[in-house]
Design a protein around this ligand. Structure first.
Ligand code: PEP
Length: 258
């Protein structure tokens, strides 16, 4: 049930050393090639630590791999006195396709708020990168039954000022914080409920055509064993995978979800 090309995205977080990262990309590509994977039907992207992006670029270009890749974060600024930050301009030179924005670990550990996320979304588009905007409620909001209201407010705040023409290529990842790295997976119906609510809100913010073009991913303890059921939901257009993306075969099996 896919009107949109599914995107299977692997967020390595701060894991894998350089050699392990290169080996993981190679093994992932080999595993998918062995299975005659159809990259035109399903997009597969990896998000290594920024220090590994150059090697991934070299590998992808040298071996003509059909994998996409992106960064886990970017600065809202283009250049200047921002020690430790990474500009979208640098990521574009590394030929990144995507960049994660507002992952819950950035929001929590680095106090990134919706306002900053909206600036990062702008910065991504300024440099020709496609942002994957992460939103999602914590356990408290879920228990209080306010998960939809909370998540939609994050969405509106993080997209402030984004034009409809840019929004068409946006990717949104719904990641309930209580399901990230916990082994606790939101049920397919929970993922569908939120994805439909996000799409309806995108239609309010933009228009029906834009809302139907935007891909909405689910993230939170996705594994090969549970990916297919979530991906079968009408408004779920892919998955953002943390832990299970560090194992080539497991991640390849998620990508081969049918
Ligand atoms: C994530 O980091 O985006 C994530 C969903 O992690 P995990 O799959 O490990 O829960």
């Amino acid at each position: 049930a896919f009107d949109r090309t599914p995107l299977i995205a692997g967020n390595w977080k701060m894991n894998m050393d350089h050699a392990e990262g290169v080996a993981l990309v190679q093994k992932l590509a080999w595993t998918l090639d062995d299975a005659n994977f159809d990259y035109d039907r399903v997009e597969v992207a990896v998000f290594p630590p920024s220090t590994d992006l150059r090697s991934v670029q070299t590998l992808v270009n040298g071996d003509k791999l059909k994998l996409e890749y992106g960064a886990q974060d970017l600065s809202d600024q283009d250049s200047g006195a921002y020690t430790g930050d990474i500009s979208g301009a640098f990521l574009k030179k590394l030929e990144c396709t995507y960049v994660l924005v507002g992952h819950s670990e950035r929001r929590t550990i680095h106090q990134e708020d919706d306002e900053l996320c909206s600036k990062k979304v702008d910065a991504a588009y300024r440099h020709g990168l496609t942002p994957i905007l992460c939103v999602g409620e914590g356990l408290e909001e879920r228990k209080a039954g306010n998960h939809v209201g909370f998540t939609l407010e994050q969405l509106r705040g993080s997209l402030k000022g984004l034009s409809a023409s840019n929004a068409k290529t946006l990717v949104v990842a719904y990641e309930p914080v209580w399901a990230i790295g916990t082994g606790e997976v939101a049920g397919p119906e929970d993922a569908q409920e939120m994805s439909a609510a996000i799409r309806a809100e995108l239609e309010n913010l933009y228009d029906a055509e834009t809302a139907s073009a935007i891909r909405i991913l689910y993230g939170g303890s996705v594994k090969a064993a549970n990916a297919a059921a979530t991906l079968a939901e009408k408004d779920v257009d892919g998955v953002l995978v943390g832990g299970a993306s560090l194992k080539a075969e497991e991640f390849a099996n998620i990508a081969r979800f049918e």
